[in-house]
Design a protein around this ligand. Sequence first.
Ligand SMILES: C[S@@+](CC[C@H](N)C(=O)[O-])C[C@H]1O[C@@H](n2cnc3c(N)ncnc32)[C@H](O)[C@@H]1O
Length: 407
Amino acid sequence: MSITLASSGLTADLPYASHRLELVARAICELFGADAFPELLADLAEYLGRPVAPLTPAERSRCDFPGMLAMLGWFHPARIEQLIHREWLDATTNEFDDHLGALRSLSAVERAETIEIVGAGTCRIGAHLASRDHVRRVRCGDLSPIALAAGRALIRGETSSLPKRLRRPRSLISVDAGTRLRQDSVASRYIPAGPQLAPIEFVVHDAFAALRCECEVMLLHYVLDAPSRFDTMLIRSAARLRPGQRLAVVTAISDGTRNPCHIVETVARCGFTVDSVAIKRLPYSLSCHDFTYERTVSNTLLLEATKRGEGDDDLAVFPTHRIADMMASASALLTPGQRNFPFEATDRLARALRGAFRGQRWAEFSSRLTDALGRDLSDTVTAYLCAREFMVLTYLPDSYRTQNAPR
Ligand SMILES: C[S@@+](CC[C@H](N)C(=O)[O-])C[C@H]1O[C@@H](n2cnc3c(N)ncnc32)[C@H](O)[C@@H]1O
């Protein structure tokens, strides 16, 4: 179901929307202050039917930070500040121009008239694409309503509406004469977005959710970096495309968890032909004071592919150790600070999951879960379990196929 958040100009298309939107409202009050993002907070209060309050001390003490990230995307002021800094700051540390050069080498992204960005962050790439003559529609999707609301304000030049925390000067630390650290303050002045020729939709969306992509091209832009394993997110995103639609991926690969060969193989096994692949050195500085370096540069994979058909049959699903507690105890709806929020671990769900996890094959898991819960609930539960890394999707290696081939 799509929820319109009219005053803030966002829509929300995500599973467990009410739990997530309540949590995001409370995170804004808690971390930015109750007067920050007033339009978004007013929309959320209206949707929830009550004013929102910061977390209670008891909830705060139980707060599960990785769990909140999986439910809200980037929500912490320091992180949002970094996204803005990297793309919008009117300073030499702005990294956008380098990315623009790289983006031009992605021909499907260059030519598309309609494009969806997954993990759009504070939307500078969306603004750039929407400023091009031939583009008809840009969909900026991100799990974080906070990043999208900040991006929309920056695109509209309404920077004075950003919370104070995002307007304060930034500090850059460098080494002075080899003996001391020097701290320079950089005023938060932002680059104007330029003309918007195509409409931009700002959509709160979870990359793990099953939702058809209606654009020619889906660009996963530094979003495979968000989960601890990239494959579940890549496989769920690829399933949103139909034959003929195109996928573009930009992701840092230098930290060891995203092996480029594994990424390319996974894309092919999801039913795509790989059209182009490149590895470039591009900046992604996750710190607004990057200790003596103006930029942190990473090996970055850029890939484009066209969907041709279904993925191969060896897609496997594994429960992780984190799901055990949830399946063991059916309890009432849990509160935001607790580990399995917002999953309602009823007996029926716990039974359905135990039945569905009998084998490793995704096709069997999915049909058992759908039989037990119906299509909608089964999609929602799957999206949630993947987002929280309670289960992992991955293609079994070729050796498995050889060993299990019929004789
Ligand atoms: C590393 S940032 C990249 C942002 C932007 N593309 C850029 O280059 O600056 C990752 C972004 O992915 C978003 N994200 C994290 N998990 C997500 C999910 N499950 N679905 C959609 N977006 C997600 C975060 O909110 C954050 O904005």
